[in-house]
Every structure is written in structure tokens, then in C-alpha cells.
Design a protein around this ligand. Structure first.
Ligand code: SF4
Length: 353
């Protein structure tokens, strides 16, 4: 993804609910900024972010929005890409008139006290005016069951919970007390479960980030927990955000990520469970717990290696987040389109790296 006018990204700060931030991909798709997508990827879900001058109150070590690095807040990145602020009514109208391949809108909260009400106000406008399905990526540390009920009432049909870390230790180290953050592992899973109770089976997803120091076995355990509770996993590959505490940490090895993508797909399609899988002493996946024919079929259908996220009206993943996990180029982690034959050859090689 390339922006033809980086100067257009400089901004005066305006706050939600009157304003929202758009990912660069969404701003390009809706015609707010010029640009083009590598390999002609098409963004199928418009991602909005609520925004406040004093920023996010949390301080997650991997996030470019973290409070403690706030000096240049307006230049911050979130899931690798810059976000620019626009008036909410303009954005809503642009989505309504937008390209037909856009099949969903997602509104992300940040950890800010005003988000609870503002997410409802923005959700109502988006749902009523655009008629598109709306996901809310919520901040469990500041919401309750009543908020979830109000979100449903406001027109949201799905919930995302960014658990991100695969184990309680990783979650705590990067999001909890050690970084002076307000987030708690148990609270996140509790709100995830509550979301499924309020929105229904299959209507909540857990975001998990691969490459924060977990083993493959631990990641498989978290993916299965999300599935067993009635939802699914939306998988991310760690990318070092500039300005975040983890800016110098490397992304996970590609082989590691490919195996986790495949395991995620098999688990979320109820084809395997961790007890049927085999792992090495260091936790690497040795056996996916399915027959050779099932494994071949899964790999050759290519879908495990596409971005996992909330679906659109056609039931296929709408939230394809083009290049949200890597710079546009040869190393595509989450394919925003079906991998082509050459991609598939590479993926098959990478699976055993
Ligand atoms: S998968 Fe995408 S649409 Fe769904 S909650 Fe996450 S960011 Fe939003």
C-alpha cells in the first residue's frame, strides 16, 4: 500500500464522536487520500478508530498508540499503518457511496473513558446510514455486560476482543502491571465469553498476535480456548511498531506463522483439537491431528493463509486488512486475497521451515 500524498497525513486533532480515524487503506478505499494497493488488493472492511487528544490510557508494549510514548501522538501507528482523522458524517456518507466490495465496517475503541458512549453514537450512525454489518473491537477493561447489550441495540452484530497475548504471562508482561497498563487477562476472557452470550455463538472473535514469545503449543491452546468458548480467532503476525516498546523485536519466523495459520484454520473449522495434535519438546507443531488427505485439502484450498477476520454478507472474510501485518512486498503474512500458485509454492516450503 502506498500513499501518494504523505503530506495529507498531517492533521489537527479532532475528537470522537464528531471525528473518527480511518486506516490509510480505508482512507484510500473511500477516496479521502490518493494511493494504490500492492497486487491490487481490495479492502473489504472499513476500519474506524475512535480518537481523543489525550490518547489511549493503556500502554501495551507492542502498540504504537501506547500512552507512555505519547509525545507524538498524532503521528502514531496502529496495526502498522498510519491513521488520519476525518469528520464522522463525511466518513459515513463515503462508506455509503463506497465500492461494492466493502462488506463490513469495524469500529475500534481505545482505552479511554469517553469511548463507552462514543462507540454507541458512531455505531448507530454507521449501521443506520450504510446498512452494512458493523463489528466493534472493544476495550474489555472499561466495559460491562450492559455496554455489550447497548452495543447490540446500537446495531453492531459482532464483537472483537483483542486478547493479543497467548498466555497469561505474555499478556501481563506486555499489557498489564509491568507496563503500568490497566488490562487483565481474566477480564479479557470473561468479556469475550459475555460477548458470545450477548451476540450469539460464532459472533465474537479473539485477536491473537503470533510472535510475542509464545510457543506454537501455547498459541494453539489460546486458539482452541477461543473456539471452545463459541467464537473463533482472528490471527495477527507481530510487527514491530516504530515508537512502541517492542520496536526492535523481530516478527515471528515465517514457518512458525504458517503452521499457526494452518492450525487456526483447522481448529476454527472443528477439524482438530490440541489433544489430537503432536508437539516437539520446544512446543513446535509436529502433527496437526488430521489425516494426510485432510491436511493436503486444507493447504491446497489456500484459505488458511488468507487474513482471518469478521465476515461480510457473503459469509467470506470481509476484514482482510491488506498489509496490516507487513510492508507490502514478497513477505505477505496474512494474504488479503487468495494466494496464487507461486504464493502457494512458497507457503508449502515455509510450512516446514
Ligand atoms: S476481525 Fe476485523 S472486523 Fe472483526 S473485530 Fe477484528 S478488526 Fe474488527
Amino acid at each position: 500500500m502506498q500513499c501518494a500524498d504523505e503530506g495529507a497525513l498531517r492533521e489537527v486533532h479532532h475528537e470522537s464522536p464528531a471525528y473518527v480515524r480511518l486506516s490509510l487503506a480505508a482512507a484510500m478505499t473511500l477516496g479521502f487520500v490518493p494511493g494504490w494497493f500492492h497486487r491490487n488488493a481490495k479492502l473489504r472492511c472499513v476500519n474506524l478508530l475512535l480518537t481523543y487528544e489525550d490518547g489511549c490510557k493503556a500502554s501495551c508494549a507492542f502498540c504504537g498508540l501506547a500512552r507512555e510514548k505519547d509525545a507524538t501522538w498524532t503521528a502514531k501507528k496502529f496495526i502498522r499503518v498510519p491513521w488520519k482523522t476525518f469528520p464522522t458524517p463525511d466518513v459515513v456518507q463515503a462508506i455509503k457511496r463506497g465500492p461494492s466490495h466493502v462488506g463490513r465496517v469495524c469500529i475500534s475503541m481505545i482505552t479511554h473513558p469517553r469511548c463507552r458512549d462514543d462507540v454507541l453514537a458512531v455505531c448507530k450512525q454507521v449501521a443506520q446510514v450504510t446498512g452494512l454489518p458493523v463489528s466493534l473491537l472493544i476495550s474489555p477493561s472499561i466495559i460491562t455486560r450492559e455496554d455489550l447489550l447497548a452495543m447490540k441495540e446500537a446495531g453492531a452484530d459482532r464483537i472483537g476482543v483483542a486478547i493479543d497475548g497467548a498466555t497469561p504471562e505474555i499478556f501481563d508482561r506486555f499489557r498489564g502491571k509491568p507496563v503500568n497498563g490497566p488490562h487483565r487477562w481474566d477480564r479479557y476472557w470473561q468479556i469475550y465469553e459475555e460477548s458470545i452470550r450477548v451476540f450469539g455463538r460464532g459472533m465474537a472473535g479473539a485477536h491473537l498476535i503470533c510472535g510475542l514469545g509464545e510457543t506454537e503449543r501455547e498459541m494453539v491452546g489460546a486458539i482452541y480456548r477461543a473456539r471452545a468458548l463459541g467464537g473463533s480467532t482472528h490471527l495477527f503476525s507481530f510487527f514491530p511498531e516504530k515508537g512502541s516498546a517492542l520496536e526492535s523485536q523481530a516478527p515471528p519466523p515465517i514457518g512458525n506463522y504458517r503452521r499457526i495459520q494452518l492450525a487456526r484454520w483447522l481448529i476454527d473449522h472443528d477439524l482438530t483439537v490440541p489433544d489430537r495434535m503432536a508437539f516437539s519438546g520446544s512446543g513446535r507443531i509436529l502433527d496437526f491431528g488430521v489425516t494426510a488427505a485432510q491436511l493436503d485439502e486444507a493447504i491446497l484450498c489456500r484459505e488458511p493463509f488468507e487474513t482471518s477476520g469478521c465476515p461480510g454478507p457473503d459469509g467470506k472474510t470481509a476484514c482482510n486488512r491488506p498489509y496490516g501485518n507487513e510492508k507490502p512486498g514478497a513477505d505477505i503474512r496474512n494474504f488479503p486475497f487468495p494466494p496464487d500458485d507461486e504464493d502457494l509454492e512458497g507457503i508449502i516450503r515455509e510450512l516446514s521451515e
